[in-house]
Design a protein around this ligand. Structure first.
Ligand code: XMP
Length: 513
C-alpha cells in the first residue's frame, strides 16, 4: 500500500466507488472499507484523511449506521458527504432532523454559493451548480463549525471546522453534475490532508513489480490468459516482473474474433516469458457439434476450457502461484445492509480445484478498470488490447445463433470485423460501450446481380450502458449503418440481409443468447 492513503468509509451510498475513483484520479491512493471496521483497523490503515460516503439512511433512524466517535480524536481530517456530513454533524453535537417540505429538502441540480476563503473551495468560483440528494436538514451545526456553503433553500449545505480539518457537504461533489466537485475533493486531499499526489500508474507499476518479485522469489507462476483487458494486463505485469518464471496459457477455442489470437500473441512477443497458445478449435467444435441450446453451449465451453487448461497445467507441473486478473470492484466490501458482504469473483471459475498450485496471486486487486487500462498502457500493451470492449468467455458461440459450424463462425468473424472497423473509423466507438454482429439462424431470399440468393441474416447490436445491467440501443447515424450494411453484403459471402437491433435491456439482453 502506498505511504499516503485515504480511507473511504462506506455507509451504503450508491456513489461509494465513484468517490474512490475521484480520489485516485487526483493521484491519491484510497481504499473503500465498510463503516463497520474497527478503530484499530482504521489506525492500522493509517489514513492521511477519511471520507464518509453518503447512504440511504437518516442518522436518527434506529438502525442507522454509525461510526466510533473516537475517529474524530485521531487527528485525521474528515470529509463527510451527504449522509456522512449529517453523521459527522450529529456525532459532534449538532442536530439533524427531517427537512420540512419546500424548505431544506433538495434533490437534483441546485445553485450553490461557496465561501472561497474555506480551504475546500480555494481557487474555485463562488457560485456553481451542485448535485443534491438529501431529505434531512442540519437544524443545529456543531460547535466550532462555520457555514461555508448555502443554497436558496438551505443556509448550511457545507460546513467546516478548519482547525480540526473537518468538512461536511450535503451535496455530492463526486458526481459530474456538481461543478468543480472534483476540485473540491482535490482541495480536501491537497490543502487539508497534505497529499503529494504520489499515486500514478508509472509509480504503481514499479512498486507492483518490486512487490511481485519479492513475493514470487524463484517460484513459478501460471496464468490463464483470455485476451481480455484484465488478464492481459495481469500477464504483462507479471511478465515484466518475473519473465521466464511466468507461463501464460492462452486457449484459442476457435470462437475468437477475427485475428484475435494472433493479436494477443503478438502483444506478448516483446516479453521473454513462456507463452503457450493452445489451438483447440477442432476439439471445441467437435464438442459443440449439433448443440443449439445457449446454456448448453456455455456449459460445454466452460467444461472444455477447464479440461484444456488442466492438460496444459499438467505438462507444466506443479506451480507455486496461480495468477488471476481480479480487479478492485470485485473485492470491495459493501457497507450496505447489516452485514458486510464480500463479493468473491474468480475470472476463471473452478480453475483452482484443477491445478496444482500453492497460492493465488492477484496483482490487480487494488485497481479500478480505468487504472488497469492505464497500467496496461504503461506496460506498453497495444491500445486495441487495453481499451477493448467486454467480450464474453464463450465468445462467438453465443453470437452465432443455433448450432455452430466453422463455416458460420467464419462468416460471422468477417462481418463482425467490418462492423468494428467502420464503427472505429467513424469515431463512434467512443460513444458506444459494446457493439458486435450476430449471425442469426434465419435465411431469407435476396437478389444479387441477376441471381436469387437464399442466405443468412446478420444482426448488428450496439449499446450504451454504464454497468451492463441495463442498456440502451445506440443511435448510430443512418449513413454509417448504410455503409456498414453495403460493405458486409458485398464483401462477406453467405449474408444477404442486415438488420439493426433496436431493443434496450430490459426487455432484451445485450447478447442474443
Ligand atoms: P447480457 O447478454 O446478459 O450481457 O445482457 C451483459 C454483459 O455480460 C457479457 N456476457 C458474458 N460474459 N460469459 C461472459 O464472460 C458469458 O457467458 C456472458 N454472457 C454475457 C455480455 O457480453 C455483456 O457485456
Amino acid at each position: 500500500m502506498p505511504r499516503q492513503s485515504v480511507l473511504v468509509l462506506d455507509f451504503g451510498g450508491q456513489y461509494n466507488q465513484l468517490i474512490a475513483r475521484r480520489v485516485r484520479e487526483c493521484n491519491v491512493y484510497c481504499e473503500v472499507k465498510p463503516y463497520t471496521i474497527s478503530l484499530e483497523e482504521i489506525r492500522a490503515f493509517d489514513p492521511m484523511g477519511i471520507i464518509f460516503t453518503g447512504g440511504p439512511n437518516s442518522v436518527y433512524d434506529e438502525k442507522a449506521p454509525h461510526v466510533d466517535p473516537a475517529v474524530f480524536t485521531l487527528g485525521v481530517p474528515v470529509l463527510g458527504i451527504c449522509y456522512g456530513c449529517q453523521l459527522m454533524a450529529q456525532a459532534l453535537g449538532g442536530e439533524v432532523t427531517a427537512a420540512q417540505a419546500d424548505t431544506a429538502r433538495e434533490y437534483g441540480k441546485t445553485e450553490t454559493y461557496y465561501d472561497t476563503t474555506c480551504k475546500l473551495f480555494h481557487g474555485l468560483p463562488e457560485k456553481g451548480i451542485s448535485w443534491m440528494s438529501h431529505g434531512d436538514y442540519m437544524a443545529k451545526v456543531p460547535e466550532g463549525f462555520a457555514l461555508v456553503g448555502r443554497t436558496e433553500a438551505c443556509p448550511n449545505v457545507a460546513i467546516a471546522d478548519e482547525k480540526r480539518g473537518f468538512y461536511g457537504v450535503q451535496y455530492h461533489p463526486e458526481v459530474n453534475h456538481t461543478e468543480h466537485g472534483v476540485d473540491m475533493i482535490r482541495n480536501f486531499l491537497y490543502e487539508v490532508c497534505g497529499a503529494k499526489g504520489e499515486w500514478t500508474m508509472g509509480d504503481y507499476k514499479n512498486t507492483a513489480i518490486a512487490a511481485i518479485r519479492e513475493k514470487v522469489g524463484g517460484g513459478k507462476v501460471l496464468l490463464a490468459l483470455s485476451g481480455g483487458v484484465d488478464s492481459s494486463v495481469a500477464a504483462a505485469l507479471l511478465a515484466e516482473a518475473v519473465g521466464k518464471q511466468l507461463t501464460c496459457v492462452f486457449v484459442d477455442h476457435g470462437l475468437l474474433r477475427k485475428d484475435e489470437g494472433d493479436e494477443v500473441e503478438a502483444a506478448f512477443s516483446k516479453w521473454d516469458l513462456n507463452f503457450v497458445r493452445v489451438d483447440a478449435e477442432t476439439r471445441f467444435l467437435l464438442k459443440l457439434a449439433g448443440e443449439s441450446e445457449p446454456e448448453r453451449k456455455r456449459k460445454i465451453i466452460g467444461e472444455e476450457f477447464i479440461r484444456v487448461f488442466e492438460e496444459e497445467a499438467k505438462k507444466i507441473g506443479a506451480v507455486d502461484f496461480l495468477a488471476q486478473g481480479t480487479i478492485y470492484p470485485d473485492v470491495i466490501e459493501s457497507g450496505a445492509g447489516d452485514a458486510a458482504v464480500i463479493k468473491s469473483h474468480h475470472n476463471v471459475g473452478g480453475l483452482p480445484d484443477y491445478v496444482d498450485f500453492k497460492e493465488i496471486i492477484e496483482p490487480l486487486r487494488l485497481l479500478f478498470k480505468d487504472e488497469v487500462r492505464q497500467l496496461g498502457r504503461e506496460l506498453g500493451l497495444p491500445e486495441y488490447l487495453v481499451s477493448r470492449q467486454p467480450f464474453p468467455g464463450p465468445g462467438l458461440a453465443i453470437r452465432c445463433i443455433g448450432d455452430l459450424t466453422k463455416e458460420k463462425l467464419d462468416i460471422l468473424r468477417d462481418a463482425d470485423a467490418i462492423y468494428r472497423q467502420e464503427i472505429a473509423a467513424a469515431g463512434e466507438d467512443k460513444n458506444i460501450n459494446q457493439y458486435f454482429a450476430v449471425l442469426t439462424n434465419t435465411r431469407s431470399v435476396g437478389v444479387m446481380g441477376d441471381g436469387r440468393t437464399y442466405d443468412y441474416t446478420l444482426a448488428l447490436r450496439a449499446v450504451t450502458t454504464s454497468d451492463f445491467m441495463t442498456a440502451d440501443w445506440a443511435r448510430i447515424p443512418y449513413e454509417l449503418l448504410d455503409k456498414i450494411s453495403t460493405r458486409i453484403v458485398n464483401e462477406v459471402g453467405g449474408i444477404n440481409r442486415i438488420v439493426y437491433d433496436i431493443t434496450s435491456k430490459p426487455p432484451a439482453t445485450i447478447e442474443w443468447e
